[in-house]
Design a protein around this ligand. Sequence first.
Ligand SMILES: Nc1ncnc2c1ncn2[C@@H]1O[C@H](COP(=O)(O)OP(=O)(O)OP(=O)(O)O)[C@@H](O)[C@H]1O
Ligand SMILES: [Mg+2]
Length: 358
Amino acid sequence: MPLSIGIVGLPNVGKSTLFTALTKKGGLAANYPFATIDPNVGIVDVPDERLGKLAEIVHPGRIVPATVEFVDIAGLVKGANEGEGLGNQFLANIRETDAICEVVRYFTDPNVMREVGRVGEFVDPAGDADTIMTELILADIQSLEKQLPRLEKDAKRDKELAVKADVARRLLDWLNEGNRAATMEMTDEERAEARGLFLLTMKPILYVANVDEDQLGEELAPIDGVTPIPICAKVEAELSELEPEEAAEYLADLGLEKSGLETLAQAAYRLLGLQSYFTAGEMEVKAWTVRIGAKAPEAAGVIHSDFERGFIKAEVASYGDYVALGGEAGCKNAGKLRIEGKDYVVQDGDVMHFRFNV
Ligand SMILES: Nc1ncnc2c1ncn2[C@@H]1O[C@H](COP(=O)(O)OP(=O)(O)OP(=O)(O)O)[C@@H](O)[C@H]1O
Ligand SMILES: [Mg+2]
């Protein structure tokens, strides 16, 4: 299952434009609020230049990057939790994602309607982000109020469920004070129980500032304590139409090193505490996604659950050694091919080979 990220925001802020550019799927992007009625799902490769370097060494049949799934969701308006706009559908669609990417309008084009009945010159990033957060918090309050009677009943017969009910009650107060769930102090056990409440404001959130082209280099003020990632959805749309060399040239002209997709995918990995390790063989060079802090068997389990169950050991070379020494044989000769056991903590970029029993 790839990492899934729901793209949310007010109507007409550029969500579909960004989504389409990211996925090159030709989804709907139109100068009209509520252009998106069904959620669009697109799976995109996570660009990682290390894959190319590994491929130069092993000449594999194919290169398989890690993937991220983006879900384009209809615009959220004030009052969504009471069923305004496409409110309820919106909320159902983001409940299933791992993280939220909120697009906030910074671009100034007055020809793009801001909301039904308003015109484009009102650029108010902080206010817009606040509107969305309020809706998410209200949705969570509703959801908890619905879940609580059941939780309290179950709490009487089960200790674990009692923890869950207690966390739910505290979260309800916390949300009612205008906070999001993720910022409440919890023990690890409580946090695990809270995850089972499926609250929107428990999800990690990153902000994309959809800026004008000439704002691209600018430093932006934080939203809710988080620095937004400046991306111009219009530029991304143009980039997605170009051949790789042309795209690189265009990026250089803009004074940028990376496309918005790269920046976004990498930010999402950081936000979610994820990293990649690699497998490299004749058949394929492949990136696998694993938690930072995961041990070798868990990493093996990303490939197949049998690998985790029957894990014996892993042969590991760090990415730097692998490239510097020209591959596995070179690492072996230099004593840089390590045999690691089940307590080995996987490092970003490790080139791994697992031994297991079936
Ligand atoms: N950075 C930008 N600069 C100028 N115009 C932009 C920018 N990003 C998007 N737009 C324009 O804004 C309009 C709305 O874009 P889009 O359809 O992607 O919005 P949306 O958030 O998906 O809307 P909805 O909530 O209705 O689905 C389009 O005309 C698009 O070209
Ligand atoms: Mg849309």
